[in-house]
Ligand binder design. Structure first.
Ligand code: ADP
Ligand code: MG
Length: 589
């Protein structure tokens, strides 16, 4: 009663942890302590690697920073370790911000190598800096005490670690399901999130710092539990180990951050005891058996253990929109007939290829304008220039009178431009509702911290309500809880329209929205565009289906080989000899 079913596994685990000191032998309690400590670091990796896609081979260095800074402060100033926690966090946080700032600019192999480089760099710094005790480290680091009780005993330490972990797990889960969390989970597609106003680099950096803080916190616990700090637990091996545990547990969910260390540390302990006894050989045999088990494990469960196990556990229901109306503020639309988009002499070259040249046209507020032309005519390129995805090579673009050629996609989105993509850019694993909610990004304010502390609930509800409203509007209301990737391609395009509408645009730019739709769905789409027009939304639409365009739009701009060859009402364009020759030969059939 009262407890949602999907919380039961966590509550059961929590109860077992709390009871462990009374029910379990000391070695199990000690093991649980290490599992918790590793899980704190792995939770940072779930955010950084699982959500954002930055594979870090240097996370142990941040653990080391937290440990060394706290140990030095405690010994240097003779204060209690509790007081040096802020220093440990500050050190790992500031280092995380600096290193992250350098790292997130890299991509692919360079990104991975970058994380290794600073992981190694800090390791050697710990080992070689005068005053850090070299590779022997610092001994005699004061232990944690509370109310006269030492926390060095396995039981109180384990309980402390798991209390910290529980808080971080709740915060991370809350964050993931907040407005900022949805944007974080979409960061793997920076072009898409930026076009809805998300500052992707800043958000990535915040995640990087959060992961460094988690690691620094684990380092602080480590230093004042063991009473000894040396470089080796913070080297590249340890970093690989953390990553390994996170991957085995599953970087897709916070539960994976606990499962991974639990399985790996338990297996190691068991093998260390069992295998030499069985085989009568010591040495690396344990490592080989361990490796074989891991390969088996990953073959059976490639996303890690968490999604594999969660099949048998009660599922968290997909987020749903609140039933009571929650409205977001709307923008005031430009006066009907005023110049909304002005394109002058626009050109774009890709190396030697001239994709667009000297293109000029206007879109006035309240119109539906079609951009047509054969494949490769430059239509999508024009979209990318107007939305700031690509800089033009020449020419001017104005939106409501302001020049935008050198502005970022974010700034252009803020002016009320929302778009869909010819090649859909959805987050396939996120639900339709969550995908659409990303479109409303610029209509909210709450950030990462507010998301983690559940302070953005009201805004989250408003975003989800708006997302559901737009899904209903495009006819996908019933699919709100389904993963976007489960929709047919044509419906995914319609889903992108809902996401663009969630931005409350004054100019809606649709790149081939009707491709892949059946006749009935096309008619529904045309009806929707007419309804939008009647509500004052301006639409610029790229479309191949001439019947669809001719019965819908006010004006047509025709592109061929990157230049504008005609412009006018559908009837004018239909009769234009150049257009007939170039493109529309079969139109009157
Ligand atoms: P359309 O959308 O009208 O089919 P595009 O705008 O996609 O046409 O493409 C216009 C031309 O520009 C094509 O020849 C295409 O190959 C080229 N092009 C588009 N984007 C790029 C790019 N990022 N790099 C190089 N060439 C590109
Ligand atoms: Mg195109």
């Amino acid at each position: 009663m009262g407890v949602p079913a999907h919380h039961i596994p966590a509550l059961v685990v929590g109860a077992m942890i709390v009871l462990a000191p009374w029910l379990m032998p000391v070695w199990v309690v000690t093991l649980l302590g290490y599992i918790g400590l590793n899980a704190i670091v792995c939770l940072g990796l779930v955010l950084l690697t699982g959500m954002v896609g930055i594979t870090s081979f240097g996370q142990a260095a941040f653990v080391g920073l937290g440990a060394y800074v706290s140990a030095l402060c405690v010994l240097g100033f003779g204060v209690s370790p509790w007081l040096t926690l802020p220093a440990a966090l500050a050190a790992s946080g500031v280092a995380g911000a600096l290193i992250g700032w350098l790292t997130i600019r890299l991509s692919g192999h360079y990104l991975v190598l970058g994380t290794m480089a600073w992981g190694l760099g800090l390791f050697y710094l710990f080992g070689n800096l005068q005053g850090l005790g070299g590779f022997n480290g610092i001994a005699g680091v004061p232990r944690l005490e509370a109310a006269g009780l030492s926390l060095v005993d396995p039981a109180p330490f384990m309980l402390l670690v798991w209390a910290v972990l529980a808080v971080l797990l709740v915060g991370t889960t809350t964050l993931i399901n907040s407005r900022a969390g949805r944007a974080i989970r979409a960061l793997r597609d920076p072009i898409m999130v930026e076009s809805f106003g998300v500052q992707s680099a800043t958000l990535k950096l915040k995640v990087f710092v959060a992961a460094a803080l988690f690691a620094g916190l684990a380092g602080w616990l480590h230093a004042h539990y063991l009473g000894h700090v040396s470089p080796s637990p913070f080297g590249i091996n340890a970093s690989v180990d953390y990553l390994f545990m996170a991957v085995i547990g599953g970087t897709g969910s916070p539960a994976g951050a606990v499962l991974g260390p639990a399985v790996v540390e338990s297996l190691r302990t068991l093998l260390r005891d069992a295998v030499p006894a069985l085989k009568g050989v010591g040495g690396n045999f344990e490592a080989i058996v361990f490796g074989a088990l891991v390969i088996l494990l990953l073959q059976r469960a490639s996303g890690g253990l968490a999604p594999y196990l969660s099949r048998w556990l009660p599922q968290r229901p997909p987020p749903r929109a609140p039933s009571a109306e929650q409205t977001l503020a709307r923008r005031s639309l430009p006066a009907t007939g005023s110049a909304l988009l002005e394109v002058r002499g626009l050109g774009k070259r890709f190396g030697g290829l001239v994709a667009l040249q000297g293109v000029s046209f206007d879109v006035r507020a309240g119109e539906i304008v079609a951009l047509i032309g054969p494949n490769g005519a430059g239509k999508s390129t024009l979209f990318n220039l107007v939305t700031g995805v690509l800089p033009p090579s020449e020419g001017e673009v104005r939106i409501q009178g302001s020049r935008i050629e050198s502005r970022s996609p974010r700034a252009i989105a803020a002016l009320g431009v929302a778009r869909t993509f010819q090649h859909v850019r959805l987050r396939p694993a996120m639900t339709c509702l969550e995908n659409v909610a990303i479109g409303a990004w610029l209509r909210g304010h709450s950030g990462v911290l507010a998301g983690a502390l559940a302070l953005s609930r009201r805004e989250d509800a408003q975003c989800l309500y708006e997302a559901q409203r737009q899904l209903d509007r495009v006819g996908l209301g019933a699919q709100a809880g389904a993963p976007a990737g489960s929709l047919a391609l044509g419906q995914q395009r319609v889903l992108e329209i809902a996401r663009a509408l969630a931005a409350d645009p004054s100019l809606l730019m649709l790149d081939e929205p009707a491709a892949g739709l059946r006749l009935q769905e096309k008619q529904a789409l045309a009806a929707l565009l007419r309804e939008l027009k009647s509500q004052g939304v301006t639409v610029l639409v790229v479309e191949h289906d001439m019947d669809f365009v001719m019965n819908l739009v006010d004006r047509v701009v025709v592109l061929q080989f990157g230049t504008r060859i005609a412009e006018g009402t559908p009837d004018e364009v239909r009769r234009d000899p150049r257009v007939i020759e170039a493109y529309l030969g079969g139109l009157d059939d």
